[in-house]
Ligand binder design. Structure first.
Ligand code: NDP
Length: 256
């Protein structure tokens, strides 16, 4: 059993490296082709699916798989593991069950993009779920450790920025409108990709609180993918709006 555990642990590590490679590969590809959904949606990537059910269905595995895995994981009964699994699951309760139903006139998602997102959520849901419910080990008092507390605050602040920024974007449109406007307020005063900045901060905070290779791999993959999308959006805004604020950065306030 112990040997099997060591083998699986190694396999999860390899899966984590795979996730980083996937993110880096995607970032390279996204230099040439914008991620095909939302404003860059195109029928070339498969039949268009309505935004709301596509978002809900593609994100649902990242909620259900870790819950299923945790139900039979030995470590899931320990408090630090429970809290960290709870953070991951809470994000996906919002992303799969709340966010899709708030979308206003979102552009359809091409089938290929939907499928990639679905596979990503299964893969990453299993990776984070299995790592936290079976292998991650924490010293007693981890929930009071500065490393956990700093990471947890990063996760919480990141999630708040992400949700607030998505709220700002949603409210740019009046009912029935489908066009784009310049986002203002909140973190959009500093960066074009405020929602992406929030999500990246959230997962780096989570990685610090977890201190696992698997969670760091997810944070890096998110940085690669959402960093590329933020850059594309920034470029797109500059081309579309002559009066786009010139001092607004792409992703990281005052820096990039
Ligand atoms: P976008 O910023 O591209 O779009 C979000 C929503 O706001 C869409 O419904 C979009 O409409 C609308 N919108 C965006 N900009 C404007 C504007 N200027 N004027 C009016 N409406 C606007 O975000 P994504 O769709 O890429 O991502 C949504 C969420 O999912 C984010 O919180 C992101 O962090 C998260 N995400 C996480 C990933 C991860 O790897 N962890 C990967 C991808 C997304 P429309 O659809 O018509 O463009």
């Amino acid at each position: 059993r112990r040997v099997f555990g060591a083998e699986e642990r190694r396999l999860l590590e390899l899966q984590a490296y795979g996730l980083v490679a996937l993110g880096a590969g995607a970032a390279l590809l996204l230099r040439f082709v914008p991620m095909p959904y939302g404003r860059y949606s195109s029928p070339r990537f498969g039949c268009p699916l309505p935004a709301r059910p596509a978002w809900a269905l593609q994100e649902l595995p990242a909620l259900l798989v870790p819950l299923g895995v945790a139900a039979c994981g030995a470590a899931a009964s320990r408090w630090p593991n429970r809290v960290l699994l709870g953070c991951f699951v809470l994000h996906y309760v919002h992303r799969a069950l709340i966010f899709p139903f708030l979308i206003r006139q979102g552009k359809p998602t091409p089938f290929f993009t939907f499928l990639l997102a679905l596979l990503f959520c299964i893969y990453n849901g299993y990776l984070q779920g299995r790592s936290l419910s079976n292998y991650a080990e924490y010293p007693s008092g981890w929930l009071k450790d500065p490393c956990f507390i700093t990471g947890f605050i990063g996760w919480l602040v990141g999630m708040a920025i992400n949700i607030h920024s998505d709220h700002i974007l949603r409210n740019l449109r009046k009912p029935g409108e489908t066009g784009y406007k310049i986002p203002r307020g909140g973190m959009f005063e500093y960066v074009s990709g405020a929602n992406f900045f929030g999500e990246i901060l959230e997962w780096f905070g989570f990685a610090l609180a977890c201190c696992t290779i698997e969670s760091l791999a997810f944070a890096l993959c998110t940085l690669f993918i959402l960093g590329s999308r933020a850059k594309q959006h920034h470029q797109w805004y500059l081309e579309k709006f002559e009066d786009y604020p010139k001092d607004r950065k792409i992703l990281i306030p005052f820096v990039y």
